[in-house]
Ligand binder design. Structure first.
Ligand SMILES: NC(=O)c1ccc[n+]([C@@H]2O[C@H](COP(=O)([O-])OP(=O)(O)OC[C@H]3O[C@@H](n4cnc5c(N)ncnc54)[C@H](OP(=O)(O)O)[C@@H]3O)[C@@H](O)[C@H]2O)c1
Length: 300
């Protein structure tokens, strides 16, 4: 005798590049999917693949037990939630928010959702559309454990690399911004590196190849620096701060000698100089974090 698992009906709100990918993964997983997108043409291919299209978000949500939202930002989410009939339709439903947003916005939407009688879970996708649905696709999630348990089977259709960070709903958005900070910091450094390479007449594609090779060991290095900060023990274990102070000064010197843009090394040098001036030269390089903690410089 075979047992059939009950798959909840799902509404997918947003059929942009990521929303459409999520809808397709749910269809592949055997879910009944109703989609709504502000621009209706974007739902045509999903309907051809087996989804139902709703005329407005309230009707999509009425058809579903679980509501997946993946639109541009939280402001768009709230605009959609304010459509006629949506609030009433959300009662008893589980909202899985996979739109990127800020921690404070996540807390605000959770609170609003609870007022409508809905459960809410907040997620941050850390992959592109073509990387979704893989066993290791990373997705950060936070929110009430009961909501997470209800969302889990469906989230697993989106990716196997799920990290539930805790009950506090803002945690996924915060961790997403922390990893994005790392990515953009590295990306800007890479772009400055391209200017160094160009100014030296070297091939940029070889530089990219070298960076790809360094990436795994650099990841290990950063993980170690994170452990140093977590332990609070900054005694030298891998790399003294003084080495980085000298290195960024050399990067700045090269930029000035070659006459290329020096914004990136100027920022880095300023930070490392302040760490050296604070007496951290003979500590692990992670001691820079102590400078960041002691100063709360904010742009106007
Ligand atoms: N694509 C990625 O690589 C990626 C990776 C990780 C996370 N994400 C996140 O996933 C979310 C969606 O990204 P995406 O790539 O799907 O973006 P996208 O292709 O630009 O789609 C944006 C979606 O938001 C909708 N939208 C925007 N403003 C709206 C409004 N005021 N009212 C109603 N709907 C509105 C759009 O509707 P229309 O079609 O009518 O314009 C469309 O469905 C974003 O928060 C993004 O940060 C994306």
């Amino acid at each position: 005798m075979t047992t059939t698992t009950h798959l909840p009906a799902v509404a997918v709100i947003g059929a942009g590049m990521m929303g459409a990918t999520l809808a397709r993964l749910l269809l592949d997983g055997g879910y009944t999917v109703t989609v709504w997108n502000r621009t209706t043409e974007k739902t045509v291919s999903l309907v051809a693949a087996g989804a139902h299209a709703a005329a407005d978000p309230a009707r999509a949500i009425q058809q579903a037990e679980i509501v997946v939202v993946c639109v541009h930002d939280y402001q768009a989410t709230m605009e959609i939630f304010n459509y006629p009939g949506v609030s009433a339709a959300l009662d008893g439903k589980l909202i899985i928010q996979l739109t990127s947003g800020s921690p404070q916005e996540a807390a605000g939407i959770e609170s609003w959702s609870h007022q409508q009688g809905a459960q809410y879970i907040d997620g941050a996708i850390q992959a592109g559309p073509s990387q979704m649905g893989r066993p290791d696709t990373p997705i950060l999630v936070s929110g009430a454990a009961t909501a997470y348990e209800r969302a889990l089977p469906l989230l697993q259709a989106f990716g196997g690399g799920l990290s539930w960070l805790g009950e506090k709903v803002s945690l996924a958005a915060a961790m997403d911004l922390a990893t994005l900070s790392y990515i953009y910091g590295t990306t800007l450094g890479f772009f400055h590196g391209i200017r160094v390479v160009e100014s030296a007449g070297l091939p940029v594609d070889h530089f990219g190849e070298l960076v790809a090779g360094i990436a795994p060991s650099f990841g290990e290095f950063l993980q170690h620096q994170g452990n140093v900060v977590h332990s609070g023990d900054y005694s030298i274990s891998q790399s003294p701060l003084s080495i980085s102070v000298d290195a960024v000064e050399r990067i700045l010197q090269q930029a000035r000698e070659a006459g290329i843009n020096d914004e990136f090394p100027r920022y880095a040098a300023s930070l490392f100089r302040r760490a050296a001036a604070a007496g951290y030269n003979n500590q692990e390089v992670a001691a820079v974090v102590k400078v960041l903690r002691s100063e709360s410089l904010q742009s106007q």
